[in-house]
Ligand binder design. Structure first.
Ligand code: ADP
Ligand code: MG
Length: 474
């Protein structure tokens, strides 16, 4: 058995109107080479300009990841040649990035895990290449789009931890509204570094890097495949070679290139960009824009007695979690609120293909219904029916309740008459009950509900049915 060591380098495109250093549009389009200006392709004499919005969002993310942030940031030039990098260099950050020494916590299989963040920096995306059998095409639309890179320490120990980290990180981006982070559009992608070591080893083993994986499922597959591959090499007493591998559609990884000596990028401070001051005032402003994040909400919900699973379901999306927080301002029944949100509301959003912001039932309207159910003035069966109807008619459920004069019959005298009728009408079931099949009482409750147009209080009905049948037994 070997200990697995994983470190991730995550790239995420930042949501801005224009590119990082030019006025070209930062939009996703299928038409190639339309969002291109001289700065993006490095024509002679170009002068880049810093994008304040990109800086604000990089700083916001760094703060959300609990990083230390400097008083000024500096951009550096990383020199290398590749066809997708027309300038021959990439503007990135090594000297003073937006954040260092951060951390992000989350739950993995019920246990808290904290991943240390080495640094967060802002750089620019490259162009994209498409390769065909005997030629390649290049699209410069992506060239110069602001890109955040988040580098973790080598402190992730399993595929599950890696995937949960990525999901949590993605939600930091979404909660902070710094990126749409869609992996199918390549807006979020990651490099996975992985090595194995024995428990008794003092130093990490040789790492292998897998580049540019988009889907989280592929991250999991790649890690699992590498654990198997590297274990087999080490079992044979051989050495893992340091290399870059790619993952293929079959879930296996294949060697791309061996890592020769460390590449020398000849970094130097970007001469066309002055350092950018991050004043205390600006930092304070950005910090105040960060909402309560997913993990904090999950813990808050669990402290209220909500299960881990439900807490995660509610906090998965900021708007849904905000709806829930609003809902519980108007009702004290947390468990009913949880069930209504996770089952009825989320189920309906799914079925209607709408977002929670498009739902006509406000948290306050829903709370009113929940409170009636809580006080047993409305059966939950009937309540559901009313809420579905209100969604259909795009109206307040209160209007339907008022119009149809719906109220729950809890009056025992009134119910007793109906219960007695039902007992008379169902002699077979009564005999079954008296013969020991006590579950049959629920069937009789169903009959009472039918007869009363679902207005009977089910709990009271059950109680009365049992009382009457027990009396008959005697
Ligand atoms: P390099 O100089 O090869 O780029 P870095 O030290 O900058 O390596 O680390 C790059 C990434 O690799 C980081 O995410 C880091 O956590 C991870 N990493 C470093 N060493 C290891 C290792 N032995 N096993 C797994 N991941 C590692
Ligand atoms: Mg590195």
């Amino acid at each position: 058995m070997y200990k697995v060591i994983i470190g991730l380098e995550v790239h995420c495109e930042v949501l801005t109107n224009s590119k990082n250093f030019s006025g070209s549009k930062n939009t996703y389009t299928n038409e190639p080479n339309v969002n291109v200006m001289p700065v993006d392709i490095g024509l002679p004499g170009i002068l880049p300009v810093v994008n304040k919005e990109a800086c604000r969002k990089a700083l916001k993310t760094a703060m959300a990841l609990n990083c230390e942030t400097p008083d000024e940031i500096i951009f550096d030039r990383k020199n290398y040649y590749y066809p997708d990098l027309p300038k021959g260099y990439q503007i990135t950050q090594v000297t003073k990035p937006f954040g260092r020494r951060g951390h992000l916590s989350f739950l993995v299989n019920g246990k808290e895990k904290t991943v240390d963040i080495h640094q967060l920096h802002l750089e620019e995306d490259t162009a994209s290449l498409e390769h065909y059998s005997n030629y390649s095409l290049i699209d410069y639309n992506r060239s110069g789009i602001p890109l955040m890179e988040i580098v973790t320490e080598p402190c992730i120990y399993s595929a599950d931890e890696a995937v949960r980290f990525l999901e949590t990180l993605r939600n930091v981006f979404l909660y902070c509204e710094v990126s749409e982070a869609k992996s199918d559009k390549g807006q979020m992608r990651c490099d996975v570094n992985i090595s194995l070591m024995k428990d008794t080893d003092k130093e990490f083993g040789t790492k292998v890097e897998m580049k540019n994986i988009n889907a989280f499922a592929s991250v999991k597959a790649a890690i699992e495949y590498e654990i198997k591959r590297q274990s087999e090499i080490l079992d044979k007493g051989e050495k893992v070679i340091q290399e870059t591998r790619r993952i293929d559609e079959d879930g296996k990884t294949y060697s791309m290139r061996e890592k020769v000596d460390a590449v020398d990028y000849k970094y130097f401070v970007e001469p066309n960009l002055a350092p950018v001051k991050l004043t205390d005032e600006f930092k304070e402003q950005v910090k105040n824009e960060i909402p309560e994040l997913e993990y904090s909400r999950i813990k808050r919900y669990m402290d209220m007695g909500i299960s881990e699973n439900d807490a995660q379901t509610i906090a998965k999306e900021k708007d849904i979690s905000n709806y829930f927080d609003e809902l519980i301002k108007y009702t004290n029944n947390i468990s009913l609120s949880t069930n209504w949100l996770t089952i009825i509301i989320l189920g309906s959003l799914n079925k209607l293909s709408i977002s929670i912001n498009e739902l006509n039932i406000t948290p306050k309207m829903l709370a009113n219904v929940i409170n009636l159910v809580d006080k047993k003035e409305l059966s939950s069966q009937l309540a559901k029916q009313i809420v579905y109807e209100a969604m259909d008619k795009k109206c307040d459920p209160a209007i339907i309740i008022e119009k149809s004069n719906i109220k729950t019959i809890s009056n025992e005298d009134e119910l007793l008459n109906i219960v007695n009728e039902i007992i008379k009408e169902n002699p077979t079931q009564v005999e079954e009950y008296l013969g020991g099949k006590e579950m049959v009482a629920n069937f009789l409750v169903g009959k009472v509900m039918q007869k009363t147009n679902k207005q009977a209080n089910p709990a009271t009905s059950l109680k009365l049915i049992k009382e009457q049948l027990e009396r008959m037994r005697k």
